[in-house]
Each structure stands twice: as C-alpha cells, then as structure tokens.
Design a protein around this ligand. Structure first.
Ligand code: PXL
Length: 264
C-alpha cells in the first residue's frame, strides 16, 4: 500500500487537521501515518481552548521513523504551532526525495491570521510552502505568502518560483464558493453553491482529498473537482450552524472511496 505522512495537529472538536486528514487518506486506500504537531481540546476558532505543543518530541518521532526505513509516497503538512517544527519537517522532506509534498500553509482566514501566529512562524510556513510541489492556500493565506492582493498574481509568484501546482481555496463568487487550480500553462476554477457559513476544517478536507486523489493517479484538476463537490455536499447537509464545529463530512466519505476504487 502507498504511505502518506500527515503532519498536523489533532483537535478534539472542529473536524479539522488530523481528524479530517486521516479518514480521508484511509478511504482512498492509502496508509495514513500521522505525526501530531500539537494536541488541542478543540480548534482555536472557539472562544477557549487548551493546547499541548509537541515541538520537543517531533524530532525524535522522525528519528524513530528513519530507523524503520520506510518510504513515503506523499507528505501532507498542515497546522504548526512553532517554527522549529518546520525545520524538522524540512529535514524529513529532504530525506524523502521522491515523495509528493503537499503543504497546506495554515495561517489564517477571512482576511486575518489565526490566533498565535507570529511573524517568525509565518515566515517559516512561507519557506515550507515555497519548497513544496503543491500548495493549498485560502485567499487570505495566498496574500500572506506572496504579498500580493490578487489571486492570479499571487498564484503566478508561487509558480514562477518553482511550485508545480497552486490551489487557491475558498474563493467566493456571488452565491458560489470555489477552488482554483494553477499550473504552468493551465488554470481552472471549480465552484459549488455556498452554504452561507465558512466552516472550520474545509481547507484540511480539501488538502487531504487532493493528496488522496494524486496518490491514486488523478491529476490536480480532477482531484480539486472531487474535493469541491465533496465539501459542498457535506456543507449543504451539515446540522450545525456554528462554523467552529466543522462540516458533517463523515456521511459522505463513501463517495471518495468509490472514487478511489474507480481509479484503481
Ligand atoms: O483548519 C485549520 C486549523 C487547524 N488546526 C487548528 C486550527 C485551525 C483553524 O483555526 O485552529 C488548531
């Protein structure tokens, strides 16, 4: 079986991060191997949360993995709580040359940085994003990464510096919301009806669906179309109206499993 390393936090509530990434990679028939960056009672969008940072332990986890001598087909990164975690990840990436690297540069949303994101942490996240094969920033993160305030120009900056695929998420257009894929010489956006609520975790779901699709032999365009339809279906059928709770994606995981089987 293919193996994907997932480097992200685990949050008890908010249906995001590893709580979203592990089931999605698994339903694609790919082994999910997590290293948590932090453990949180719930994601940071709620008014209160408790976080245990795992920076001091990540290096030793990577060392143990090295002893196991395993090869990873994909490395998917998400939320970091300390810039030193990214140094450990960059070293891990260098040791896994043939892996597909997808960096989701989790930094902010709706025009603002998330709580606790310092300049130095954002600089390191930017360094990681620019060294990835694929990035999945939302519009706010694209502007933070590139200093641009135009989607097309921001994506172009990243492509010109060597990123192969830039996927810009959460683009609002009238009553729709969508995701745009940019590669050298090709671009396309995929839209679905907007539920009216900007839910937690949808970026994490998208990055995992894209990784699952790519490791199953899809191209980025097809993977993003699948992710857009999946997230839209779940968002439109979500019970909670509290954005922090995330979407009811569990009910629709089977659609991704079917998608993966068709590709096999
Ligand atoms: O979904 C992004 C994310 C991941 N992890 C944590 C978060 C957030 C967004 O707020 O707080 C802990």
């Amino acid at each position: 079986m293919k193996k994907c390393a997932l480097i992200n936090d685990i949050s008890g509530f908010g249906k995001c991060s590893l709580g979203a990434g592990i089931p999605i990679i698994s339903v694609y028939g790919i082994e999910a191997h997590p290293i948590p960056t932090a453990v949180l009672s719930n994601q940071t969008g709620y008014s209160s949360f408790k976080k245990v940072d795992l920076t001091e332990h990540m290096g030793s986890f990577f060392s143990e993995w090295k002893k196991l001598g395993v090869h990873f087909d994909g490395i998917l990164t998400g939320y970091f709580s300390d810039e030193r975690q990214i140094d450990a990840v960059l070293e891990f990436i260098h040791a896994n040359e043939s892996a597909v690297i997808l960096a989701d540069p989790v930094m902010g949303d709706l025009g603002k940085r998330y709580k606790g994101f310092s300049d130095s942490l954002c600089d390191k996240i930017t360094e990681l994003a620019f060294s990835a094969d694929i990035v999945t920033p939302n519009v706010t993160e694209l502007y933070l990464l590139t200093g641009e305030n135009d989607i097309e120009k921001g994506a172009r900056v990243m492509l010109d510096s060597g990123v192969k695929t830039v996927i810009v998420t959460g683009i609002k257009n009238k009553n729709d919301i969508g995701n745009a894929v940019f590669e050298k010489g090709a671009e396309k956006a995929y839209y679905a009806p907007y539920s009216g609520v900007s839910y937690s975790g949808t970026g994490d779901l998208l990055s995992a669906v894209v990784m699952g699709g790519l490791l199953s032999g899809k191209n980025a365009f097809s993977a993003v179309k699948t992710a857009t339809d999946f997230i839209s279906l779940a968002a439109r059928n979500t019970e909670t109206a509290n954005r922090n709770d995330g979407i009811d994606f569990e009910k629709y995981l089977y659609t991704l499993g079917r998608d993966a089987i068709e590709k096999r």
